[in-house]
Ligand binder design. Structure first.
Ligand code: SAH
Ligand code: SF4
Length: 361
């Protein structure tokens, strides 16, 4: 028996501790998941908060090597929901007491796009009588645009760093100013400075990625003092350049377990943040998100994109729930959260406790 129980009893963790935790198996792995779960219950409670996810457009100006909706993928049927469709989805979230929505899309840095998002934020606030919290996940933008959206009423932003290892970042993106690690990092700093609850995350099991990289990712979240994290397994997509390396990947089940371990370790490291049980977990295991909740996550993003468009927002293959409508997702998730012994925080924003704590200091 190695010293996993001993590491778990510590109050701070070295890089080597984190690597050991990432490698644990069997009974030790069970202990790790249990520690993630009890830490969550102690610091943020056992409520799970919903963020209704509206994938409003798959049009993207970027060409990330891992992503199915990258600009160069000509096989994708591109769509852009109308404002009416987006507001309908937001009303659905409001009527069903989800508490919050996430607007997510491919990247677009045009002034018209910025203005459209501002208008949508204002309208979502209006139609929900300010009940809905709004998270944005629309990539890298200028500081002014981020500020404009914050002032319109968005208060959380998700921008995954994808990997904190700059060299690896360069391997999974084209080498040009549009795909620059430091620019993305600069965006995270700007978001935090403006006042957003700031979220980031990484993909787990990328080609060329090591356990040492993942340990670094965890330390990166901690050093940055991030408020929310959404991370999940990397899943290959046949119409992307990284597909070439599919034979070098960890088996799916290993990527899945590594993702659960990352959730538990992060929970122990950053006790009061919000952690998403990513949808990608469920692409591997039909109980993936429940297992994520049991390992320490406290946020779920039910997909409320109109069913018609879901099959065109395939960042990765085998994405779950693409043949469902929003109403089906709600019932399904309620049952799933109950299975994971969680309770849904209906009608609540479920803001990051970490954010509140850092603001009160
Ligand atoms: N365009 C925005 C938001 C949409 S993409 C952005 O990039 O920030 C949202 C996330 O999907 C990305 O941050 C990435 O981590 C994830 N993603 C893309 N391709 C993926 C894949 N093949 N496997 C797993 N996650 C993927
Ligand atoms: Fe576009 Fe985001 Fe996909 Fe990159 S990850 S290609 S920015 S949608």
């Amino acid at each position: 028996m190695s010293n996993i129980p001993e590491i778990l009893s510590q109050s701070s963790f070295s890089h080597s501790d984190l690597e050991q935790l990432l490698q644990c198996e069997g009974e030790e792995k069970r202990l790790l998941y249990e520690a993630g779960r009890t830490t969550k219950e102690l610091f943020v409670g056992n409520k799970v908060y919903f963020r209704g996810l509206i994938e409003f457009s798959n049009i993207c100006a970027k060409d990330c090597y891992y992503c199915g909706i990258r600009r160069s993928n000509d096989a994708v049927h591109r769509y852009n929901l109308t404002d009416h469709e987006i507001l309908n989805a937001a009303s659905f979230a409001d009527e069903n007491n989800f508490g919050s929505v996430v607007l997510q899309s491919g990247e677009n840095s045009s002034p018209a796009f910025a203005q459209r998002i501002t208008n949508l934020i204002t309208e979502i606030k209006q139609i929900s009588n300010n009940r809905l919290g709004i998270t944005l996940s629309v990539g890298e933008q200028s500081e002014e645009v981020y500020r404009q959206w914050y002032e319109a009423g968005a208060h959380r932003y998700l921008l995954r760093i994808e990997t904190s290892n700059q060299l690896l970042y360069h391997k999974i993106h084209p080498q040009d100013p549009q795909h620059d690690f430091n620019r993305r990092l600069g965006c995270l700093h700007a978001l935090r400075e403006i006042g957003y609850q700031t979220g980031t995350g990484v993909m787990i099991g990328l080609p060329f990625q090591t356990l040492a990289d993942l340990a670094d990712d965890l330390l990166f979240f901690q050093q940055f003092g991030i408020d929310m994290v959404g991370m999940g397994p990397y899943l290959e997509h046949s119409q992307t350049p990284l597909y070439e390396f599919r034979n070098e990947l960890l088996p799916l089940q290993k990527r899945f377990e590594l993702s659960l371990k990352m959730i538990s370790i992060l929970r122990i490291l950053m006790k009061d943040i919000n952690i998403v049980a990513a949808t990608a977990l469920q692409a591997i295991d039909s109980l993936g998100r429940e297992k994520g909740i049991k390992a320490g996550a406290n946020i779920i993003m039910p997909n409320i994109t109109p069913g018609l468009y879901r099959k065109d927002y395939l960042l990765y293959e085998n994405k779950p729930c693409v043949d469902e409508e929003p109403s089906q997702c709600k019932g399904c998730l309620e049952a799933r959260v109950a299975l994971a012994d969680g309770e849904i925080g209906f009608g609540e924003w479920g803001d990051s406790v970490h954010f509140k704590n850092r603001k009160s200091v």
